[in-house]
Design a protein around this ligand. Structure first.
Ligand code: TGC
Ligand code: FAD
Length: 387
């Protein structure tokens, strides 16, 4: 018998019982609660907020953190959660990535004990939502050039500036905002409804339509001194959060790629042209073989990355390799599936074009493909070629 389509190298045998069980639970939840609504959410440009309590109940938010009501799962389990969520849609995985890796993680890693106790248990349950503001209109790939400033005034910090392309921006109860101070870049917790803080939805997106994306503004926005993340210290603090999120993305995009491969195989077996299923043509089989091979290689990268992470040996450049490779191959799988589906591939009746459009964003956010090439180039040569 041939190896299973989505597990060609029988990587399942390397997973433990808990990892397999978590994947099964998340897969069932995605099939039952997200698949039936995701296409319409994408078409109408709406993030399906109704799934948040279920994500919390299943322990999928901040799942890799320990204590404070978080599940404390290992990195393979965390990756499998991201994979299953992105099998539905990159926007759903983005919601969970931002909440866990970009908001709960910095509070966990750089926050005070009272900040952790105040936010983490509620965020793990999905009762409070967060967003992460690093990118600015004039500073995307080079966040170190940010203009947003925080100045101490009496017992308050005063924030001025703006952030853009912020996932969860209009639905967040709290924003983790990175700003320049006289001591360098620091992280701040800005709560919604703080005077001087505004968020506005970014419309007209052709990608990530089932995700909430916003611009944030800070106009003499005053927050208490205790809203500084006390252990944040320079650009390495937000970049440390990105390392967490990028590992989840490397796993997550495999979910989208696997959904596409499955769709391409099923469609090609059933679509008849020239009196034969198109799956019988060598050119179609070559495309399927390429997708399957690239997915299998990407699965192996993820597995080893998670092992390195859990053993404390993971280097950010290894994360860059997995993010860069896996997003690129997932995007290629989505495009090939769209091609195999012919004209039907341009409709939302199938998943391929939705994944393809979403993956264009994933190719760009959390470090563009080019930026990850440069991070790898620096690791290999010792020479930074960013500027
Ligand atoms: P550079 O001088 O290289 O580094 C400054 C300091 O940071 C340290 N560092 C890291 N630490 C932890 N993790 C990493 N990945 C790190 N990369 C660098 C570095 O050792 C240094 O430490 P120290 O102690 O010497 O101060 O900084 P640079 O200004 O030259 O920039 C380097 C570059 C270009 C790689 C970096 O700026 C970068 O990664 N740019 C890409 C920006 C990006 O990815 N933005 C993402 C925004 S958030 C987002 O997209 C969320 S999407 C929503 C979702 O996930 O769903
Ligand atoms: P630029 O940095 O202007 O890059 C444009 C092009 O120039 C790219 O091809 C890039 O690779 C290339 N380039 C740039 N510098 C170099 C160089 N040195 N060498 C060679 N080529 C280079 N940000 C957040 O802070 N929080 C979020 O929650 C968040 N969510 C997002 C959600 C969506 C839907 C999107 C689309 C973006 C999101 N982002 C978020 C922003 C994202 O991280 C940035 O878009 C990304 O970092 C790239 O920045 P930029 O768009 O300004 O592109």
């Amino acid at each position: 018998m041939a190896p299973p389509m989505l597990d060609f190298y029988q990587i399942d045998e390397l997973l433990n019982e808990e990892q397999r069980l978590t994947r099964k639970t998340v897969r069932a939840f995605v099939d039952e609660s997200i698949m039936p609504i995701i296409s319409e959410a994408f078409e109408t440009g709406t993030f399906p907020k109704e799934i948040i309590p279920q994500l919390g109940k299943l322990g999928l938010l901040g799942a890799s953190l320990k204590g404070y009501g978080c599940a404390g799962v290992d990195s393979i389990t965390y990756g499998l959660i991201m994979q299953e969520l992105e099998r539905a849609d990159s926007g759903i995985r983005s919601f969970a990535s931002v909440q866990g890796a970009l908001v709960m993680y910095p509070i966990y890693a750089y926050g005070s004990e009272s900040q952790k106790e105040n936010w983490l248990p509620r965020m793990a349950k999905g009762e409070a939502i967060g967003c992460f503001g690093l990118t600015e209109p004039e500073h995307g790939s080079d966040p170190g050039g940010m203009k947003t400033k925080a100045v101490k005034d009496g017992n308050e910090w005063v924030l001025n500036g703006s952030k853009t392309w912020i996932t969860n921006g209009t639905i967040a109860d709290v924003a983790v905002v990175w700003a320049k101070t006289e001591d360098g870049i620091r992280g701040f917790l800005v709560e919604k409804d703080t005077p001087g803080f505004s968020s506005a939805k970014i419309d007209h997106k052709a990608s990530m339509r089932a995700s909430d994306t916003a611009e944030l503004g800070f106009d003499n926005c005053r927050i208490p001194l205790e809203n500084l993340l006390p252990e944040s210290n320079g650009l390495k603090s937000p970049l440390g959060c990105l390392t967490q999120a990028r590992t989840g993305i490397a796993w997550g995009v495999l979910g989208a790629a696997m959904a596409c491969l499955e769709e391409a195989v099923t469609y090609s077996q059933n679509r008849i042209q020239f009196d034969k299923p198109i799956a019988s043509f060598q050119l179609v089989q070559a495309k399927l073989a390429h997708m399957s091979t690239e997915i299998t290689k990407a699965q192996l990268l993820c597995l080893r990355l998670a092992q390195l992470k859990d053993s404390g040996k993971m280097h950010p450049a290894q994360v860059s390799m997995a993010k860069r490779n896996n997003v690129a191959i997932a995007l290629e799988c989505a495009r090939l599936t769209r091609d195999i589906l012919g004209a039907n591939g341009i409709t939302y009746d199938y998943q391929a074009i939705r994944h393809m459009l979403n993956l264009e964003t994933v190719y760009t956010y959390e470090g563009t493909n080019d930026i990850h090439s440069l991070i790898l180039g620096q690791a290999l040569t010792g020479i930074a070629a960013f500027a």
